[in-house]
Design a binder for this molecule. Structure first.
Ligand SMILES: NC(=O)c1ccc[n+]([C@@H]2O[C@H](COP(=O)([O-])OP(=O)(O)OC[C@H]3O[C@@H](n4cnc5c(N)ncnc54)[C@H](O)[C@@H]3O)[C@@H](O)[C@H]2O)c1
Length: 318
């Protein structure tokens, strides 16, 4: 297959690209390197069946050129930051909604009929049903990020209906593992590298969260790629467990062999849009035969190990 992957130099995108190349597909990676790293895409660059387009999704002509001749598109590029959304009220609209519209328009123009989209469990806002199924009641949005992903999902489903696209939306929980470059494990490891004696934790530490290892995430995506037949489908991707933030803090400190003083800022939410409980119902993807290999704890520990081996990442990122 000829496949275009947006966000190819990012955390999840680069893992997906490596797997698609290993399966023998011809991959065009698209990235503007706003958060993506050369280091992540370097292995793919060695492959004869890979080409990289360094461009911005807001440049519609560049997107058109990158999807021309593709059998399918994996659209992962986004502003993936939730926490600082209210500092930049236009960013999610541009990077997650308009950029997605450009991908859809480019695909429509070139007759590319298959799309996979990385959405998020954040679209459920503060869900009322746990574990939260894909058809949960339409939620109130609690972050600009979640709102922008919900808007992008809406555009995708309307393009599927209106233009005969076959589309898949994945709603990920937080992802961990190789090339992890943002999120709580990153923040905690970075803080402890600066000062191993204390750790500041946003909220009361009792937020309940789900995490999925990136290799399990990519395996789930490929399972759907092989087996989904409906014109439009949504799949939650997560594990059948959750942990409290303070559990994760304990595993991280144990792995780092540190006993810092823990300073909780307090409150059920650490920041605007922080969701006190994320736990997705993953029966739909499991019915296709997929199951995660990593527990949450094993995923957190392997991520700490990765960051220890790649400490340059901790130094490079603010
Ligand atoms: N990491 C998670 O825990 C998580 C959870 C839920 C959903 N997601 C979604 O998964 C996708 C990938 O996330 P990630 O963690 O790999 O993030 P990431 O920031 O590592 O990767 C995003 C990539 O997209 C590129 N990009 C961003 N804007 C672009 C633009 N305008 N033009 C071209 N390239 C652009 C970046 O340079 C980067 O390489 C995102 O859509 C994100 O919203 C991630």
């Amino acid at each position: 297959m000829r496949i275009t992957v947006t966000g190819a130099a990012g955390f999840i995108g680069s893992n997906l690209v490596d797997r698609l190349l290993a399966e023998g597909h011809h991959v065009t990676g698209f990235d503007n390197f706003s958060t993506g790293l050369e280091k992540f895409i370097a292995p793919a660059r060695q492959a004869a069946n890979f080409r990289l387009v360094q461009a911005d999704l807001l440049d519609l002509d560049a997107v058109r050129a990158a999807v021309a001749g593709a059998d399918m598109v994996f659209h992962l590029a986004a502003n993936a930051d939730v926490r600082f959304g209210t500092d930049h009220p236009r960013r999610d609209l541009e990077q997650n909604v308009i950029a997605t519209h450009n991908v859809l328009e480019a695909m429509r123009g070139h007759g590319v009929k298959r799309l996979f989209f990385s959405s998020t469990g954040s679209v459920y806002g503060e869900a009322k049903v746990f574990p939260t199924p894909e058809d949960a009641p339409f939620p109130v949005q609690t972050s600009l990020y979640g709102a922008s992903k919900a808007a992008a999902e809406g555009l995708i489903s309307a393009y599927a209906e209106g233009f005969g696209l076959q589309a898949t939306v994945f709603r990920f929980v937080s992802i961990l593992g190789q090339r992890y470059s943002h999120g709580h494990v990153f923040d905690f490891c970075k803080m402890l590298r600066t000062d191993p004696t204390k750790l500041r934790i946003l909220g009361n530490g009792m937020q309940r969260k789900s995490y999925l290892h990136v290799s399990d995430c990519v395996a789930a995506i490929l399972t759907v790629m092989e087996r989904q037949t409906e014109p439009f489908a949504i799949f939650n991707l997560g594990t059948d467990e959750y942990c409290e933030v303070r559990d994760s803090v304990g595993w991280i400190c144990e792995r780092l062999k540190l006993q810092p003083e823990l300073q909780y800022t307090g409150g059920e939410r650490g920041w605007i849009g922080d969701n006190p409980f994320i736990f997705l119902d993953c029966a739909r993807i499991r019915a296709l035969g997929w199951a995660p290999r990593y527990s949450i704890r094993a995923g957190v520990e392997s991520t700490v190990d990765y960051l220890l081996e790649n400490a340059d990442l901790l130094d490079a990122r603010a």
